[in-house]
Design a protein. Structure first.
Length: 581
């Protein structure tokens, strides 16, 4: 192993460890890895930023813009609302939402598909008086399954196609993924509908197994009659099963044992409780939310929104967002499932999966949620723009037909579609740039040169040789199974794009050294990279549903492990048949 190969392996290992730690932004890690590769001479300076002109990056940008534009026009909302009203039983709700999510995510970003359906799913379960946990996890998994079926279903498929193009000068076409991916999606969704949702604890608000409600951190001001019945912090905590993090009086924190801490009028109480308890404290005991003078006005509303992985608010706190100055709204509460936090509400650092409660004028709340890139957790009033919606869907369909027919490349098709949306005023230039997910594109563009270096430096072939030595006399099917399991094991720790960029050159070299055709191995990596069902951190969709679904970390593998086994079995049956090895 020469210096270039050692340096490249070290860069990749350190980058993987940094991403897996979840302590650093993945796009920042990718850029630092690229810069390190340039400094050490692993990536030539002339090729350093070739990833930004790569067709896969351009296609991903186009699909993300079009997806978010279609959602913004309200084109799909009548359909999603109809789904929640026409199907009432649990089984039928799981079936129709999973099937719809899988179909939508085949042609649009799977985060967009979840963003479209999740508020409706929450409304449907709330109307039935049931916990949403039994529906949200199957819906998230179904969107991942649907992404396996087409070239544009997930960025991982686009990267696989680009890697094949580099190797044999022939990328995968739009529906090359369909023969295997569609059967996997149908099998996975069928399992989720038949049995998967039953494996999730806390399926019903009335079950004895009901999980703890989502608890929000907020600050309540003590009113005139808020101290009469419960004089101390310890009494209030015991009466309502809440947690009080502290009292602020005259801008100073009150330090004393809880049984000696008493309330005074106008104290600011830092409290963690579920929404029902907060409502009781405000309605019956005179507490009020920050800035609230009595009840909400007719134009005001309370809206919950979740922080997705691509939101610009990641790493920010409520103080720096300045919602009152920018949008004339308040963010009055914050909930988090994965990690504890203490201190003032305004100082809490926001993370993917956090749920925020906005209070204010309905139109201004909508604007704030949209500008911050959050996902609302309540079905909003449909603001359908018929002309824009019709143009958006028509242009998207035309782009898909162009890409599938081979008349143009996917990158050109979707860039043309975005341009048409601008010319027809379906979207504005301002909205267009807001809908580009910068972190995803930077991650792709920074890692693509490193993935190419795996091939050009011979590192991929070297690693493949080591793997063949370890495998010994293993046959083709064992090597294929090994490639699939490796991708399935790495993806829950990393994101699917990183897993594909690192693994695809290695498994392709493994196939060549074993004298086998590489297509089945590349498809195995693509499938494994989408089989992200074991943890809440591997894919953005799993992170987004954690708070609203009230899930714990271990809930994911209970339902996700059987789905992964289904995907593995179907893949091993079909891959050698569709792509002979």
């Amino acid at each position: 192993m020469n210096f270039e190969q050692l340096a490249l392996v070290a860069i990749i290992v350190i980058a993987i460890a940094a991403m897996a730690s979840d302590r650093f932004r993945y796009d920042l890690v990718a850029v630092l890895a690229l810069l390190a590769a340039i400094v050490l001479g692993v990536v030539p300076q002339d090729n350093a930023f070739a990833g930004f002109s790569n067709g896969a990056v351009v296609t991903v940008a186009g699909v993300l813009i079009i997806t978010r534009t279609i959602i913004a026009t309200g084109a799909m909302e009548p359909v999603s609302q109809l789904l929640s009203k026409r199907f009432e039983s649990r089984w039928s709700l799981v079936a129709i939402f999973c099937a719809t999510g899988a179909v939508l995510s085949a042609f649009m970003n799977n985060i967009g598909a979840l963003a479209l359906l999740m508020p409706v799913a929450l409304a449907a379960t709330a109307r039935r008086g049931e916990h949403p946990g039994y529906l949200l996890m199957p819906l998230s998994f179904a969107t991942l399954l649907g992404g396996m079926t087409t070239l544009i279903g997930t960025p991982a498929n686009l990267i696989i196609s680009q890697i094949r193009d580099k190797a044999v000068s022939q990328p995968f076409d739009m529906f090359d993924f369909w023969p295997v991916g569609s059967v996997i999606a149908v099998s996975g969704v069928s399992f989720l509908v038949a049995a998967g949702w039953r494996m999730i604890p806390g399926r019903d608000l009335n079950d004895g197994e009901t999980r703890e409600a989502v608890r929000f951190l907020t600050e309540l001001r003590v009113g005139a009659n808020g101290i009469s019945e419960y004089g101390s912090v310890l009494e209030l905590e015991g009466a309502f099963c809440i947690r009080i993090h502290g009292i602020v009086r005259d801008n100073r924190r009150v330090f004393a044992p809880k049984n000696r801490q008493t309330f005074e009028i106008d104290d600011l109480v830092i409290i963690e409780a579920d929404l029902d308890v907060l409502e009781v404290l405000c309605d019956r005991y005179g507490f009020r939310l920050p800035g609230q003078i009595g009840v909400l006005s007719d134009d005001d509303e309370m809206v919950e929104a979740v922080v997705p992985a691509d939101s610009i608010v990641q790493g920010s706190n409520l103080h720096t967002l300045e919602p009152k100055d920018r949008w004339q709204v308040d963010i009055v509460a914050l909930a988090r499932q994965s990690k504890r936090f203490d201190g003032r509400l305004a100082d809490a650092t926001l993370m993917p999966g956090d749920i925020l409660i906005f209070r204010g004028n309905s139109s201004r709340v909508d604007t704030a949620i949209s500008d911050l890139g959050l996902l609302p957790l309540a079905a909003r009033t449909i603001r359908l723009r018929p002309r824009a919606a019709l143009w958006a869907v028509g242009i998207f369909a035309f782009a898909i037909i162009l890409a599938a027919s081979g008349i143009t490349t996917p990158a050109i098709s979707f860039v043309a579609a975005v341009t048409l949306m601008l010319l027809t005023r379906v979207t504005s230039a301002r909205d267009l740039y807001r809908r580009v997910e910068g972190p995803v594109l930077v991650l792709l563009a920074a890692l693509i040169p490193i993935g190419e270096a795996l091939r050009t430096t011979g590192t991929a072939e070297l690693v493949a040789g080591y793997l063949l030595q370890i495998a010994g006399s293993a046959g083709p099917m064992w090597l294929l199974a090994f490639s699939l399991v490796l991708a399935m094991a790495i993806t829950p720790i990393l994101n699917n794009v990183t897993a594909v960029i690192v693994l695809a050159p290695i498994v392709m070299a493994l196939a060549y050294r074993a004298g086998l055709a590489p297509d089945a191995f590349l498809m195995a990596v693509a499938i494994g990279a989408s089989t992200d069902f074991l943890t809440p951190i591997g894919h953005h969709n799993n992170t987004i549903i954690m708070g609203p679904g009230g899930y714990r970390f271990r809930d994911y593998w209970r339902c996700g492990l059987p789905v992964s086994i289904v995907v593995f079995i179907v893949s091993m049956i079909l891959l050698p048949v569709i792509f002979p090895i």
